[in-house]
Design a protein around this ligand. Sequence first.
Ligand code: NAP
Length: 488
Amino acid sequence: MGNRTNFPIAIIGAGFAGIGAAIQLKKAGIQSFTIFERASEIGGTWRDNTYPGAACDVPSHVYSLSFEQNPNWSRRYATSSEIQEYLLGVVDKHELRERMRLDTEIVEARFDEKSGSWFLTTNESETFTARAVIAGVGGLVDPSYPNIAGLDQFEGEMMHTARWNHDVDLRDKRVAVIGTGASAVQVVPSIAPIVAMLSIFQRTPAWVVGKFDALYPNWLRRFLARVPFFLRASRFVKYWTSELRGPIVFFNSRILSRIGVALSMWNLRRQVKDPMLRRRLTPNFQFGCKRVLVSDDYWASFERENVDLVTDSIEGIESKGIRTKDGSLHEADAIVLATGFKLGLATAPFPIIGRQGRTLDEAWAGGAVAYKGMTVAGFPNWFIMMGPNTGPGHTSVLVYTEAQISHALQAITKLMAENLKYMDIRQDVQDRYNAGIQKRMKHMVWGGCKSWYLNEDGSNHSLYPGFAAEYVLRTRKLRSEDYEIAAL
Ligand code: NAP
């Protein structure tokens, strides 16, 4: 292979993607990488989301790195803190800290065509040179604060689920939760038993299916540690179960949707006795159109005396609470914003300037597009993790991430081995790929309602329209002929 030390690689972000990429680079004998992380600690989503009840909604045996399987998950769906501990352990095991620059935010990246290098500028105005960049900055990172009048007028405590303030004690307080998405279904049942009063402001009810979470007994964990074959088998079974259920979640098929609706309605009936309440909690959009939520106790929370479902739309926030359009003031001591995230995978995370001075935002003005979700024409040697159209609606995102890591690794190995200046995906190949994705999108269920999956114009540049297994197969082999290749 070419000169390994003269090929500096930047990994941006120390979440699952960045850590996974670093491990695989190391395993391939490539040591010349640096991980840049803007926060003071690794972990991404699992460092940031510490709200009560925060947990994975995909079984942990699949929601973990296949090359770092963990026999010790304490339960089927690990909590956020357990996942963070797992990531910390993996980082230590692979001695990644010495390659890490924490508290270092990349604020600009500029490609130099002459040298085939990316110049990365940090928030401290330092510049790093990288011959290849693996961008693992995450898709759902920065909290989205709702555009509600008077948000700053509230005199009580206010916090977003993704920025939980653990100094605030909600015990015996009147709490309002705005939003009923994946974060809300976890936080609501976790705080309902301790607060005096919980008002949940629902704009759109969600489809929720049973989670069937369970603790893994010690003997099973010991057994899985001793016989890794069964750990792999467990992963295999859980992965294929989610894949095979996928069509119910992503295909625009009335018949398949009915299966999902039946599962969800069963879940609703077993948790809520009151038919009126059930009606108010029942969605009126097609199953799968928004992310299907997973919980055994979210709906049951509304049966509690201290929990109130508010379906009147919000007029504004005032010093003492939330005013709804019917004129009522819902007084609260604290407001929890479970209002989701800004969609990071559809925009450049910071100015990224490619060949001929074109920025990534300019390239993505008509919607984020990347070949196989990873490479963008005009931005050579730049590999995106969890990029456009690579999100799953039905299974572990890490299956896609690992495929991306492997693809990037193949390209980097080729660049190094053949002493190449750069590999730039051909525009015609990228356009053809995207046309295929968007054509398939027409058969998917996501166009029928409003969600974070969609851009303002209704186009979908976030989810992958198909099975994870198909994506993995499709990305398995680097097709050099798809790239414009320049020698040094
Ligand atoms: P979300 O799914 O985007 O839900 C946001 C909620 O806030 C929705 O119910 C939305 O209502 C509501 N909302 C937003 N603005 C509002 C406003 N101005 N007034 C009233 N309601 C408003 O956000 P999320 O629950 O944080 O989840 C985001 C994604 O993160 C998920 O889809 C999932 O991919 C991921 N996630 C995963 C897990 C996990 O367990 N692995 C946990 C949490 C999150 P509308 O529906 O009407 O827009």
